[in-house]
Design a binder for this molecule. Sequence first.
Ligand SMILES: *[C@@H]1O[C@H](CO)[C@@H](O)[C@H](O)[C@H]1NC(C)=O
Ligand SMILES: *[C@@H]1O[C@H](CO)[C@@H](O)[C@H](O)[C@H]1NC(C)=O
Ligand SMILES: *[C@@H]1O[C@H](CO)[C@@H](O)[C@H](O)[C@H]1NC(C)=O
Ligand SMILES: *[C@@H]1O[C@H](CO)[C@@H](O)[C@H](O)[C@H]1NC(C)=O
Ligand SMILES: *[C@@H]1O[C@H](CO)[C@@H](O)[C@H](O)[C@H]1NC(C)=O
Ligand SMILES: *[C@@H]1O[C@H](CO)[C@@H](O)[C@H](O)[C@H]1NC(C)=O
Ligand SMILES: *[C@@H]1O[C@H](CO)[C@@H](O)[C@H](O)[C@H]1NC(C)=O
Ligand SMILES: *[C@@H]1O[C@H](CO)[C@@H](O)[C@H](O)[C@H]1NC(C)=O
Ligand SMILES: *[C@@H]1O[C@H](CO)[C@@H](O)[C@H](O)[C@H]1NC(C)=O
Ligand SMILES: *[C@@H]1O[C@H](CO)[C@@H](O)[C@H](O)[C@H]1NC(C)=O
Ligand SMILES: *[C@@H]1O[C@H](CO)[C@@H](O)[C@H](O)[C@H]1NC(C)=O
Ligand SMILES: *[C@@H]1O[C@H](CO)[C@@H](O)[C@H](O)[C@H]1NC(C)=O
Length: 652
Amino acid sequence: MGFHSLFLSTILISYVSLGTSTLESQNFTSSPNDLKALTGFSSCLKSAIPDWNSSASPDYCTWSGVTCVETRVVFLELGNTKLTGKICESLASLDQIRVLNLSHNFFSGSLPDNLFHLQNLEVMDLSNNYFEGSINTVVCSSFSLLRVVKLSYNSFSSKIPGNMGNCSSLQHLSLDGNDFSGNLPESIFQLQNLKELYVQDNKLSGQLSKGVGKLSNLVELDISYNEFSGILPNIFGSLTRLKFFSAESNRFTGQLPTSLVNSLSLEILILRNNSLNGSINLNCSAMKSLTSISLASNQLLCPSHGSLSNCSRLEAINLAHINSKCEISDDFKNLKFLTQLSLSNSSLHNLSTSLQLLSHLRNLSTLVLTNNFHNEEMPQPQDQNIEFTNLKVFVLGNSQIKGSFPKWLSGCKKLQMLDLSWNHLSGSIPSWIGKFNNLYYLDLSNNSFTGYIPQSLAMVLSLQFSNFSLQEGTHFAFPILTSGKVYLYKKVSSFRPSLLLSYNKLEGPIWPGFGNLKGLHVMDLKHNSLSGPIPWQLLGMTMLEILDLSHNKLSGEIPQSLIQLSFLSSFDASYNQLHGEIPTKGQFLTFPPTSFEGNRGLYRPSSSGFMPSLPDETRAQPHHKKLEIINDFPFWFGALAGFLITIAMCFV
Ligand SMILES: *[C@@H]1O[C@H](CO)[C@@H](O)[C@H](O)[C@H]1NC(C)=O
Ligand SMILES: *[C@@H]1O[C@H](CO)[C@@H](O)[C@H](O)[C@H]1NC(C)=O
Ligand SMILES: *[C@@H]1O[C@H](CO)[C@@H](O)[C@H](O)[C@H]1NC(C)=O
Ligand SMILES: *[C@@H]1O[C@H](CO)[C@@H](O)[C@H](O)[C@H]1NC(C)=O
Ligand SMILES: *[C@@H]1O[C@H](CO)[C@@H](O)[C@H](O)[C@H]1NC(C)=O
Ligand SMILES: *[C@@H]1O[C@H](CO)[C@@H](O)[C@H](O)[C@H]1NC(C)=O
Ligand SMILES: *[C@@H]1O[C@H](CO)[C@@H](O)[C@H](O)[C@H]1NC(C)=O
Ligand SMILES: *[C@@H]1O[C@H](CO)[C@@H](O)[C@H](O)[C@H]1NC(C)=O
Ligand SMILES: *[C@@H]1O[C@H](CO)[C@@H](O)[C@H](O)[C@H]1NC(C)=O
Ligand SMILES: *[C@@H]1O[C@H](CO)[C@@H](O)[C@H](O)[C@H]1NC(C)=O
Ligand SMILES: *[C@@H]1O[C@H](CO)[C@@H](O)[C@H](O)[C@H]1NC(C)=O
Ligand SMILES: *[C@@H]1O[C@H](CO)[C@@H](O)[C@H](O)[C@H]1NC(C)=O
């Protein structure tokens, strides 16, 4: 006995999901109760679990996912095993079970009430399934041992269960990603051991109760993406262990509570996208642990001069879309650990001074300043001492900045993402841009750049490999504003590798060397004055999804080699001076006629089997017998054919 309980505590401590592990004695005597419970559970599944066969292998302790102690089932761990079906009542007969993990499967239906009354259950993970319905039962019976309950990412609805007062051992509760509505029930606030409470991404509403302040052991609280409203209660003084608080994308109003801006423990504070007002009066003398704040998209007043200077541990600041005039002031110089800063659309002025101040921050790697500094001049190194050695992301679009390409960027050897779109920059694009080995997203569209596309861009290393990896220390979803749109990505690497040079005055050729860019997904060169042929070598861009060459002066034929670009889903060569046959294989079956219009001599060969249609005036060349016009080409047919080809290729 003593041996077994010792053994049990060892496995409970060191258990790391090894699949089946059995502790049964050599002479197996099954528990009829557990056998019945497991076979009952299995009978409600739509497909059998392969090695669960009581006639072939009566010892259920050897079945996958089952762990026994003395023939009694203590762990049932079937996470991520593609199970479909419902959970039957019989499962709740496993009265010795401690860990039940059915997460990441395709279970549906509602949960049997008695599942919540298992006396020995400590961990219940049912997350990432299709469970639905409401949970009306008393969640824990008295003396419950339940420590972890994860019901995230299902379709549970109605109210959060109100009978949780007996769950006195509960440390972790995640209900995120469901359709729970109403408010947090008061019984939750009795859970003195609760450390992590995740209810984000539901439809919870009403005021946030002051009761939250009773959860004195809380370390992480996420109530983001709900419909909470009213003011944030001033309860953070009693949450002395709270490190993470996110309430982003709710409807909170009023000011930041005093106890919040004086929290000694808080490390990450995310309140973006609410209707908070008043000043950002962080007491940096108190907030010694604070590393990240996101207060963007509120009606807050920018921190006044000097007020951030003592928050010297800050690593990430997002104050974008704050409805007041911000300033990058001297105190930013003290933020020595700052790696990410977004101040998009915050009425900033004086680009030159701002960049000079920020270049004191040696570790700055993400700088997002879109929609500011309107009509100012891009500073150049001869005017100012600007140097960023660790910059990886620089986004300054939509600001009508004048002048030439910023020369100080040449020192940013680690640059991965550069967006200077929607400005009035002119002159040529420097050839040193090709030396950024990590560059994978370049947007210079909608400026007045002239001259040739630098040939060196064909040498950008990270675009030459289809699977490159980017390391970045992202503290929270960091909104990056590009060309008038807000993309909210957790990682910068969620952007597709892109070369965006449209709406400029670029001339000269499309370099054959671009065929080296095996990792490029989007190439947009439309609305320039590029001339010469479309190089056949572009077939080397094997990952390419979008190729837009429209509104240029390109001549020659569309190379047949491009039919090999099997991921190409959008191609536009309209309004050029192209001639010859339009390729009719591969993805070219799917492109609409508009992709080719506005070219003098492009035609579809009649042998291609497409429906003939009447020539239009621009392409009417009656002497050409093979001529067929593409304008009325049935798009759905092409799309279907392309789809079938793609499917076929997937199977090859
Ligand atoms: C198994 O049971 C048999 C008969 O009951 C007994 O002779 C044998 O010693 C047992 N083996 C073990 C390992 O307990
Ligand atoms: C279980 O095992 C028995 C005996 O090996 C076999 O006849 C039967 O088909 C198995 N059942 C399933 C569902 O695999
Ligand atoms: C449940 O199983 C899944 C998949 O095996 C695993 O990722 C998850 O961490 C487990 N849950 C708990 C609470 O251990
Ligand atoms: C605690 O459990 C007991 C017994 O199951 C039950 O009668 C009681 O209502 C529960 N208390 C709460 C607050 O849920
Ligand atoms: C902002 O919050 C609202 C809910 O208050 C939500 O509907 C919207 O999607 C959020 N916007 C962003 C960009 O997160
Ligand atoms: C903040 O908003 C509330 C209403 O939401 C309003 O009563 C209050 O005057 C506002 N305060 C400031 C400083 O704008
Ligand atoms: C700021 O925090 C310090 C240290 O906790 C405290 O002494 C001071 O009173 C606080 N200031 C304000 C204005 O709350
Ligand atoms: C910064 O901290 C110092 C020392 O703790 C204090 O004297 C000063 O007033 C603080 N500055 C601001 C703006 O809070
Ligand atoms: C800029 O911020 C203001 C609020 O200050 C908002 O109304 C506007 O939509 C934002 N502009 C963009 C492009 O996001
Ligand atoms: C800058 O980053 C490096 C490496 O990430 C780190 O060792 C260093 O302490 C940081 N410097 C400052 C001032 O934060
Ligand atoms: C920018 O700031 C510097 C120093 O504060 C000042 O000399 C310069 O005139 C400012 N420029 C503009 C355009 O406001
Ligand atoms: C170019 O930028 C201007 C703002 O500078 C914007 O109004 C316009 O829509 C943009 N044009 C295109 C084609 O993106």
